[in-house]
Every structure is written in C-alpha cells, then in structure tokens.
Design a binder for this molecule. Structure first.
Ligand code: EPZ
Length: 424
C-alpha cells in the first residue's frame, strides 16, 4: 500500500441491507497482549483482520511466542517466550504496544519498550501507566527513548487514576493479576473492552472483580493457565455503520451488534430523528426523511465515545440546524474538520468545541485521513456528498476497519479501493 492508495466513493446512495459486526479491535489488542502472561496455550476467537492485530501478532512472535492464525481464530502458546525486549520498530507502529508492559513485567519481572506511537489526536502520554507500575513496585528508567521496567516481584497497592484511562486501567489490571496481594484500581475506566479483558484473565485463573465499574479489585495469583475466549463485537464499528446509515437516509440492519454498549449513540440517533429498533442482537437504523442537528459531548464510557466523535460530526454536516460538539477526552481530535470544510461543510472550531451548521449538500473532493476515526468520518462524508470523493491515507483506516470498502459495498455503497498508479 502507498500513500496514493485511496477509496473512491460516488455519494448520494442510501445504505441498505444487513451486515454482521466483527470483533472489537480495542478488546482484541489488550487480550492478545495478555496472552504473554499465560504459561500455556490460549485460543482467541472473533479476532478482526486489522493492521493493528497483525502488528500485535508480529510483536508476540518477536518475543518468542508461538502464534497460529486461522481466520478469526488466533492460537497463542506463550510458554516458550524467550525475552522481554519489544522491538522498537514494532512499538512505534501503534499505541497498543504499550499493553505489553504490564504483562511482561508481571510474568518476567522486566520489560523494555520504546515510547509507543499513536494517532495525532493528542499528546497521548503514558504517565498514568508508569506511575501505577511504580506503585506496584516496578523500577522504571527512561533513556535514549527506551523505557526499562524491572521488578523482583510486584506487590498489590491501591492506585487512583487521575482520569479513567482505558489503557492504563488495562495495563495495571494485567500487571496486578500476577502481583503479590490485592490491588485496587480506583477511578478506573469502565469501557466494555475492559470487562472483556477481565473475563479473559479470569478464564486463565486470575481473580479480577469489578471490571466495568469505577473500582476494580485484583487479587494476584502465581500463575495463569491457558483458556479459550471469544472477543466481544466492535461497538465503534457498529456505531460507525449506524451513523452512516442515518447519514445516507438508508435502512440498515447490524447483526450481532453490541446494542447494550451503544446506549449513548442510539440515544443521539433517536434525538436526531432516526428510527432505531433493537431486536435481539440485531440493530435496525432508518432515517429516510432527514434528521435534526443535535449537540454532543464525548466522555468516558458510558458517555458518547470519543472514537465516534468524527463520524458523528460528518453526519451533522447535513443536519437541519446547528450542532455543538465538545471533545472532552483528547485535546487534538479535530484533524478531520479541515477536510470536511473542503467538501463544503460549515464548521468552526474553538479549542475542544466544534460548531457544525448544517448545509444542504456536501460536494465530493480529494481528502486525506490523518487518523483512524477521522478517516472513517471522511468516508461517511463521501457517502453523503454529491459527486466523487477520494479518501487518501488508507493505512490509518485499515488499522481499525476490516475491509471497509467491502463492508459498505455489501450495503449498496458505490466505493472502490484504488491502488496507486491505477486510473480510478
Ligand atoms: C484507548 O486509547 C483506545 N485505544 C482509543 O481508541 C480510545 O479513543 C481511548 O481509549 C478512549 O476511549 C485502544 O484501546 C487500543 P486513554 P488510550 O488512556 O488507552 C490521557 C481508536 O480509535 N492519558 O483512555 O490511549 C490521554 O492523553 C483509539 O480505536 C494521560 O494523560 O486512551 C487522553 O487525553 C483511538 N496519561 C485520555 O487520558 C496516560 O498515562 C484518555 O486516554 C494515559 C492517558
């Protein structure tokens, strides 16, 4: 893939039909990282085919784990892990590499990582992770861009997070699983992906209680054994498609949608006038006769997810009225605004607040994604726009959406992936 690869979209077609929701990236990544703590074999089902998953598998193999993949099933044998230095080039390719710290120091008493990469959605520090590991007894030194953690043995502590950080909650929950004694994580994040990770750890013999609430209690054990686990469906992918259905005036059924985890999103869809029906694990979204502008603020779960802020904004660009959107989780998550303006949107930004005035139409343009969810927003805008839109920066989008063009084509969208050098 090169920077010239793009999605080419002919907009104005309502999405219709049904698709099945695949496994959650943000559950699969910490769970795959957690397999390094297990002295045995783990069978993980429902793993999405994403670039970030491919990178995580490369990291596990680089550490010496045996990893076999058969479609959505990944089998990890971590009994044979030989060392704990995570290759810097792999670390830099995604933020989730930070999830290796807790598991490796918990099982082996040492880990060396480089500062993780990440989206351009903010500075994305890791101070909560490092502070919590120090509280559990790790010695941490940073030199030449590397972070080295050592601990003869981790010891349970009460850790209070300054902010309910998803990654810090997950990293510290994994580290505490093999620590001596009891750890309490207070002001913990409550995302469903954290609950899924706790389910996996407990299936391996850990003793984690309270995941999904703001205080998690982990009683350390000496060893973890192999287990089988199925990843929960991806609420952000489901939310993205639901917003796309509403934005194109379509009628879409999302099978296997984690509707229990989409409360804030479904509420906004209904507030704007979309018809939303839940029957079992199927979610229907219809918005044939347009929709009203609604305000929105992002917040830690169960608030409106920051990962759907950009797709939500794209949807609001053609709403009747004005929508005020406030991004409370990341300090720089409006990189998609400039590209939406190129398509005729009317948006003004002041620090963490964006004011979106609905316009009668967007017009197709050449736009570039600068991060994963911002890219999804540009695809959604292309589906809404008159004419042809080309969305570049597919390497961002492929990190979090599995074959997005095929998924949307199954719903009637006119979208193709053009490779560089091909005349689209
Ligand atoms: C996870 O990122 C997700 N990634 C993100 O999804 C998601 O947007 C985010 O949680 C919030 O829900 C994965 O799970 C792999 P945080 P994470 O720690 O853990 C600050 C996507 O598109 N902070 O909850 O990195 C941080 O800067 C991605 O799938 C510190 O200050 O997010 C941010 O402002 C994007 N110090 C806030 O907390 C720290 O040590 C929330 O970050 C850690 C975080």
């Amino acid at each position: 893939m090169t920077a010239l690869d793009a999605f080419e979209i002919r907009g104005g077609r309502p999405l219709s039909g049904s698709v099945r929701v695949y496994g959650a990236k943000n559950a699969a990544l910490p769970i795959l990282a957690a397999t390094v703590m297990v002295e045995g074999t783990c069978i993980i089902d429902g793993v999405p085919a994403l670039e970030d998953v491919r990178v995580m598998i490369e990291i596990l193999r680089a550490l010496g784990a045996g990893v076999e993949q058969d479609g959505e099933r990944i089998v990890v044998d971590a009994a044979s892990i030989a060392h704990t230095d995570v290759p810097a080039d792999l670390m830099a390719r995604m933020r989730s590499s930070i999830f290796l710290m807790g598991p490796l120091i918990a099982r082996f008493g040492e880990v060396r990582v480089s500062r993780p990469g990440g989206c351009v959605i903010g500075q994305r520090p890791i101070d909560f992770h490092l502070r919590g590991l120090r509280q559990l007894g790790a010695a941490i030194e940073e030199r030449h861009g590397f972070i080295r953690c050592t601990a003869r043995r981790l010891t349970g502590e009460t850790i209070t997070l300054d902010f309910p950080s998803v990654g810090a909650t997950e990293n510290l929950m994994m580290a505490a699983a093999l620590a001596d004694g009891v750890t309490r994580i207070e002001n913990a994040a409550r995302e469903p992906e954290i609950v899924d990770l706790a389910r996996f750890l407990n299936a391996c013999g850990a003793q984690v209680k309270g995941a999904g609430e703001d205080t998690i209690v982990i009683r350390g054990v000496h060893h973890l054994h192999g287990a089988a686990h199925r990843i929960i469906p991806d609420r952000i992918v489901a939310g993205t498609i639901a917003l796309a259905a509403a934005a194109t005036g379509g009628s879409v059924c999302l099978e296997g949608a984690p509707t229990a985890y989409l409360g804030a999103v479904l509420s906004k869809l209904r507030e704007a006038g979309a018809r939303v029906e839940v029957s079992g694990d199927a979610l229907w979204v219809r918005a044939e006769d347009g929709y009203r502008a609604v305000d929105m603020v992002t917040a830690p779960y169960p608030g409106f997810p920051t990962d759907l802020q950009a797709p939500f904004m794209a949807w609001m660009t053609m709403a009747r009225g004005t929508s005020v959107i406030r991004e409370n989780v990341f300090e720089a998550r409006f990189r998609h605004v400039d590209e939406l303006l190129r398509m005729g949107a009317d948006i003004t930004v002041d620090l963490r607040t964006a004011v979106v005035r609905g316009v009668p139409a967007l017009s197709g343009a050449e736009v570039t994604a600068s991060d994963l969810r911002g890219g999804a927003a540009l695809v959604l805008a292309g589906l809404m726009a008159e004419g042809v839109t080309r969305v570049y920066g597919l390497h961002h989008i492929d990190r979090g959406y599995q074959d997005l063009e095929l998924y949307l084509r199954d719903l009637g969208a006119d979208i193709i992936r053009i490779q560089s050098g091909e005349d689209g």
